[in-house]
Write a protein that binds this ligand. Structure first.
Ligand SMILES: [Zn+2]
Length: 112
């Protein structure tokens, strides 16, 4: 399979993006795998594969959102064991102002 680039809108809903990517960047720039995500209004309770649970807010301007958009340097979490295909998928993802999916088609399916 070729390494196909995928494009998302910069204004894509942050939670929809997380549901799609299943990746969470911590403050220490460790990239974790998301095991579960429960959305309650504007907050989400996220549990990573290394069993950290925390609350995230749905903000496109949050540190985590900017991290994912801007591809800051990271180390993959050793405990989460994020598969390499997923990291490759992440690294081939691009964000564009005017082009790409806003993931609107997934609305209502993942977060009911
Ligand atoms: Zn982890």
């Amino acid at each position: 399979m070729e390494n196909k680039k995928r494009y998302y809108r910069k204004r894509v809903d942050f939670f929809r993006l997380l549901l799609k990517m299943k990746l969470w960047p911590s403050r220490k720039r460790i990239l974790h795998g998301i095991k579960s995500m429960k959305i309650v209004g504007n907050q989400a309770i996220i549990t990573t594969h290394c069993n950290e649970t925390f609350t995230a807010y749905n903000s496109k301007n949050s540190r985590a959102a900017r991290f994912l958009r801007n591809k800051w340097n990271y180390d993959p979490c050793r405990t989460c064991r994020v598969p390499s295909w997923k990291l490759e998928k992440y690294s081939s993802t691009r964000f564009s102002q005017s082009y790409g999916s806003d993931l609107a088609e997934t609305m209502g399916r993942d977060n009911e």
